[in-house]
Design a protein around this ligand. Sequence first.
Ligand SMILES: Cc1ncc(C[n+]2csc(CCOP(=O)(O)OP(=O)(O)O)c2C)c(N)n1
Ligand SMILES: [Mg+2]
Length: 388
Amino acid sequence: MTTTPQAVRRASPRTRRTVTPPDPARPLLPDAEPVRLLDQRGTPLPARTDYPEPPVEALRELYRRMVLGRRFDTQATALTKQGRLAVYPSSRGQEACQVAAVLAVRDTDWVFPTYRESMALVARGIDPVEVLTLLRGDWHCGYDPTEVRTAPQCTPLATQCVHAAGLAHGEAYQGRDTVALAFIGDGATSEGDFHEGINFAAVFKAPVVYFVQNNRYAISVPLSRQTAAPSLAYKGVGYGVPSEQVDGNDPVAVLAVLTRAVAHARAGNGPFLVEAHTYRMEPHTNADDATRYRDGAEVDAWRDRDPVARLETYLRSRGVLDDAAVAEIAEQAEAYAADLRTRMNIQPTVDPLSLFDHVYAQPTPQLVEQREQVRAELAAANDEDGAA
Ligand SMILES: Cc1ncc(C[n+]2csc(CCOP(=O)(O)OP(=O)(O)O)c2C)c(N)n1
Ligand SMILES: [Mg+2]
């Protein structure tokens, strides 16, 4: 029965009811606690219907790529010490995020990484030497972004959030069901481009998953100096974007949450934001000294939540991983690192003028002028060498 204003007026105070409209923000809100499917030791927690556990074969593959990813990461750090790599931002400790994220998307989807995501890129199957080309300083990007559907790693913070929104919108506009996965750090969520990108994606229902790896620091700036928000996941809600928070050191939960976020975006429901709570075990890059701003006890506490050990314990308890399988995967990781070492020890020949290629589809007049300047300087230097 519809209640007319007259009916309300006639009703006695005892029968009058106030109808509270449903809260439109409710379906967007993250869980109060990060989603967790394994405890710190790798023991399964009660199953959840909203985040079903991924198939066990997917978890085994996740483990294998996390072990390879960690070995790649250690090798890359060693290459900086040998002078083979200019700089390397390690993602040790963030393996669950790096690997589960790329396993949650298809090869036909697009990934938008930052400088931190070298491990994610190798987990996506990109040649590790091509991944490290940027960090060696040889080229803007070592792989062909269109071939591997992975944008170049972004160093200007948060710019990838805008690129991802544009690409996802364009793909949807052309009738394709491509999803864009944009990685971003905790600190970079303070940048304007994050807000502009997520707002655009929300308004145009662009299929983007914004994946915030909250590793608690932006170089030396701790999260408490970065934001007063109760969780970075709430930053999506203000833009009308459903958001979730997850234990970023629980590989099973990260894969489950991202799988649902990707399905949400692919089904035409617009963007989704996931915040993963994790920790950067190494300094910001090899050029940073983290002991100047954080305490060893804090690092040790996170060592106890190691994502690789946690998944290994779980898979062993499920009977799908044993000593022989662990040893075989470790051997694969050693062979992978040895091959990377050998190939990174070959000094490449880089044409300095190639610096100007592929910056814009059509070079700007300034770029043409700069290129000519460099060409003339190189020619003059060559003449001097010849005359000497
Ligand atoms: C627009 C811009 N401002 C500042 C910097 C310098 N910078 C490089 S990394 C970084 C910290 C970013 O921290 P976070 O987003 O948490 O990512 P993380 O490095 O922890 O993965 C800063 C300030 C930059 N690269 N771009
Ligand atoms: Mg950070």
